[in-house]
Design a protein around this ligand. Structure first.
Ligand code: FES
Length: 168
């Protein structure tokens, strides 16, 4: 849980949690500047894995940024997660090169196998699925990145194999 939002957002949070101390130190180092919003959100996500509503409110107050703008930034950049993520992250590229090479069939197979769509996580929190505009690996289209490793020229059958590995 984030520290309680107070009237004086520059004050250290009540919690002595080390992660929050680190984040508050980052906020102070940047002089509670609204310009530090992306950097601070990134630090929070790195510490906690995702950005929950209380956290967004706390960061907005600490930096003097309206909550609407904090949400705007958090939802605009695909690197920010608003929900807890699974143990594994699968990113299916749906950029032009991957799209014309049947990336939607890969998403379809993942939905068939795991019951999740982009932006969702399996109930057991094992896998989170995301999509991306272009992963910079167009010559390997359609491309999938699993836990940071790029897999090129994927087919629904290779997706089956890759998902099996995630269950092991
Ligand atoms: S469009 Fe998929 S990697 Fe570029």
């Amino acid at each position: 849980m984030p520290p309680t939002v107070t009237e004086t957002p520059t004050a250290a949070p009540m919690s002595d949690d080390k992660k929050w101390k680190m984040i508050d130190a980052r906020i102070r180092r940047r002089g509670n500047s609204p310009d530090a919003l992306i950097e601070v959100l990134h630090a929070v996500q790195e510490a906690f894995g995702y950005l929950e509503p209380d956290v967004l409110e706390y960061v907005g107050n600490a930096l003097g940024v309206p909550l609407s703008r904090v949400y705007g930034v958090a939802t605009f950049y695909s690197l920010f997660m608003l929900k807890p993520q699974g143990a594994h992250t699968v990113v299916v590229c749906t950029g032009t090169a991957c799209y014309i090479n049947h990336a939607s069939a890969l998403l379809g197979r993942i939905h068939e196998r795991l019951g999740i769509k982009p932006g969702e996580t399996t109930e057991d929190r094992n896998v989170s699925l995301l999509n991306a505009r272009c992963l910079g690996a167009c010559s390997l289209a359609p491309a999938v990145v699993i836990d940071g490793s790029v897999h090129g020229r994927c087919t629904p059958e290779t997706v089956d194999l890759l998902l099996e590995e995630l269950r092991a």
